[in-house]
Write a protein that binds this ligand. Structure first.
Ligand code: PAP
Length: 335
């Protein structure tokens, strides 16, 4: 099996200020900043909060990426089910090349290695990748908001899939993740502190409401361009949404495939329970050299009730009402 070079090229994460080009450092000086969750600061670039290395990579992605009409971009705000969406899309579009079997790539590679992020992998650390020889359709991942995607993506016939998760569970998932990856020498981040920042929109690639609304509006105006999926709906009926995703990507399941149980086989392969137990996801490292095991925690709808007080729940409900009310976007927050 031939996988592309980026699967082996796990970039070391640079500390803030390190490995930043002179141009990026100049840019940072001009941007508003706030205390970060994990890094000293988050900077507001093109309306969203971001770490320095991510800004540098995003600028490069915006400048250099050339789209193909067959490209597929999988977009999320962190902790919304990115890993799951990448696994599903990879399995769907590659099912002729990689039928479901004991040596399927998803059994030995983390989904983030098979569907690389623009900002964490391809354009990280001033790399300029040659993506012209990747098999089509090329699959990419991103946390960048719709408005800040490289223009060729917006102008071409390439497709974008956005997976959205309710902010309650997304927040709790983000808070757990941060405390798993911050250096042992650093004090854990208190949930109250993280929560206040989240409600003010200060979170990686946030404010979450702008991130969601950007893709939501585009999916309404150009439904052939952007498919908007919800994590909670997918948990409720994965087969239905898997077929919807396959249709949107231009890889619909034939009747024979459906009869042969192909949809269910892909759903099972990509399930939390299956991926979590794989050796590569227990011991490997993918994005920025972070441990894969931290990408698999509980995968439940409504786990937030175990962490947020009634006061916090009310506060977040109010923020959502204020920022998302009237948009038509709503969430299931309890299973
Ligand atoms: P990322 O943004 O860093 O890539 P992402 O995959 O979006 O992370 O989010 C991780 C969440 O998705 C975790 O949620 P939790 O903290 O509430 O448990 C993780 O458990 C969940 N997750 C990972 N893989 C799957 C999967 N195959 N199906 C459903 N949920 C999953």
């Amino acid at each position: 099996m031939v996988l592309t070079h980026y699967t082996k090229n796990h970039g070391e994460e640079a500390r803030e200020g390190e490995k930043l080009s002179h141009e990026s450092q100049e840019l940072l000086l001009s941007l508003p900043k706030e205390k970060g969750w994990r890094t000293p600061y988050l900077y507001k670039y093109q309306g969203f909060w971001c770490q320095p290395m991510e800004i540098q990579a995003t600028v490069s992605f915006q400048k250099h990426f050339l789209a193909c009409d067959t490209d597929v971009v999988l977009a999320t705000i962190p902790k919304s089910g990115t890993t799951w969406l990448k696994a599903l899309a990879f399995a769907i579009v590659n099912r002729k090349r990689f039928p479901i079997s004991n040596n399927h790539p998803l059994l030995s590679y983390n989904p983030h290695d098979l569907v690389p992020f623009f900002e964490y992998k391809l354009y990280a650390n001033e790399q300029l990748p040659d993506l012209s020889n990747l098999p089509q359709p090329r699959l990419f991942g991103t946390h960048v908001p719709f408005a800040s995607l490289a223009n060729p993506i917006k102008k071409s016939s390439s497709r974008v899939v956005y997976l959205c998760r309710n902010p309650f569970d997304t927040f709790v998932s983000s808070w757990h993740y941060i405390n798993k990856i911050i250096p042992k020498t650093q004090a854990p981040m208190l949930i109250e502190e993280a929560f206040e920042m989240y409600c003010k929109g200060i979170v990686g690639f946030g404010p979450f409401w702008d991130h969601m609304l950007g893709y939501w509006k585009e999916s309404i105006e150009r439904p052939h361009k952007v498919l908007f999926l919800k994590y909670e709906d997918m948990k409720e009926d994965v087969s239905f949404h898997l077929k919807k995703l396959a249709d949107f990507l231009g890889f619909p399941f034939s009747l024979e495939e459906e009869r042969a149980g192909c949809v269910e086989k892909i759903a099972k392969l990509c399930s939390f329970e299956n991926l979590k137990e794989l050796e590569v996801n227990k011991a490997g490292k993918s994005i920025k050299n972070f441990e894969n095991k931290n990408l698999f925690r509980k995968a439940e709808v409504g786990d937030w009730v175990n962490y947020l007080s009634p006061r916090m729940a009310e506060q977040l409900t109010n923020v959502m009402e204020e920022k998302l009310g009237g948009s038509g976007l709503s969430f299931k927050v309890i299973p």
